[in-house]
Design a binder for this molecule. Structure first.
Ligand SMILES: [Zn+2]
Length: 250
């Protein structure tokens, strides 16, 4: 079965009832299906391709980003909740600090002030991308001649509207699950992700953090296995899904 043949409607009534809501209790029996058991202390939201969601993560809490059906990239941006206009997760500062282009477990992700903002505490895949920009309208127009293609920049812009972040001032992302090959000459190439259904990345907030996650709608390259699918977010009740964003993702 292709991942496109795995629609939300295959889920139980309990699962369907929770899609777009604030809680999800999902139990899957197939080895190809993620098993997600939600307790009363958790919330979960599906982020559909071309949309984005925000989560306020309190310092010390963790957020799980789950590749729901496999081979799907999640573009992640993050801001210091205390200074959304001025301090955010910076892939450039993170690369500089780590001295490499790929994340490993226990890595600290830094802000543009070189302060730790997130820590990678679980990584089922490894090798996430810290080189590519958000996809945007220009990427699809210039690269493929497609006008008004859904894109991660506009999805995050819509999610961040309550904060008034200008669309072209959204910082560079860390592209979770993106499989970027880097050769000895520094040539980078996007390949089909290695992530499988249910693979999870967990990030612990080092400071109070506003996290934004877009499910990348890139369907013109191997970036998402040629067929974008949802990303799931799971956060503790103490770090609820953003109050502006409790409805289904936009
Ligand atoms: Zn994208």
């Amino acid at each position: 079965m292709s991942k496109l043949d795995d629609p939300v409607d295959r889920r139980s009534g309990q699962e369907r009832a929770a899609i777009g809501g604030t809680r999800l209790v999902a139990t899957r029996t197939s080895h190809q299906r993620p098993v997600v058991r939600m307790g009363v202390d958790k919330e979960e939201r599906l982020v559909m391709p071309g949309t984005a969601c925000l989560v306020e993560v309190a310092a010390g809490d963790s957020i799980d980003i789950i590749d729901w059906q496999g081979q799907q990239v999640a573009d992640l941006v993050a801001y210091s909740s205390a200074n959304i206009e001025g301090e955010w997760l910076s892939p450039a500062h993170t690369r500089s600090s780590l001295g490499r282009l790929k994340l490993r477990s226990s890595d600290l992700l830094l802000t543009n002030f070189r302060r730790p903002i997130l820590k990678l505490v679980r990584d089922d895949v490894g090798g996430h991308d810290m080189t590519y920009a958000l996809c945007d309208a220009e990427r699809y127009l210039l690269g493929y001649g497609i006008v008004d293609h859904p894109n991660c920049r506009e999805a995050l812009f819509r999610a961040l509207l309550p904060y008034g972040v200008p669309v072209h001032r959204i910082p560079d992302p860390i592209n979770l699950f993106q499989n970027t090959a880097i050769d000895a000459d520094g040539i980078i190439e996007t390949r089909i992700p290695m992530s499988r259904a249910g693979d999870t990345v967990s990030l612990m907030a080092v400071m109070d953090t506003l996290v934004g996650v877009a499910a990348c709608p890139q369907d013109q390259s191997p970036c998402n296995g040629w067929a974008p699918t949802p990303i799931a977010l799971r956060s503790p009740r103490s770090s609820p899904l953003h109050p502006f964003d409790r409805r289904p993702c936009r």
